[in-house]
Write a protein of this length. Sequence first.
Length: 168
Amino acid sequence: MSEFEYMKMLEQIRNERDQKQREELFDFIGENGDDRFIEPLTQLLQTDDSPVLRSSLYTTFSKIGTELAEEIIQTQIKTKLPKDDGKKITKKSWNEAVDFLNGNLEASFIQKVRGIIESEGRLWALKNKGEIGVYIRNLLRNNGFNWGKQAMAIYWSWLVEDVLQKQK
């Protein structure tokens, strides 16, 4: 991508208000972008720190797949507690959800998820938001974790990853 195309793409993303159009741009960057996009896109959190934007950045950086992208995911995208569909999810509520899943997911399910993550890498959640994602979201909702539809659709996989981390 030339410097002109790069600057034009950043300008389009900063100015785009239609979420569907912005997602298409993020998808394109994920497939064709490089480390030059990471810092400017991360700066968007200063003006729009929403669950949708965090999810978009997470997905885009995962697709870029470089060491810098992974570092930014761990240090800036996943460090703050996420927001539900209107307010911040508390650390206590997040930890309760992780503990709940840790105590209620069967060992065979955990092994299945570990295998999927090993074979599919960072994009595992995107490829499994139907079967596994629906199961986790329903399990959480049915047990009092009502963080909003949008937030649950985005953060279910982060909770599962935290459960796996806790079990190590």
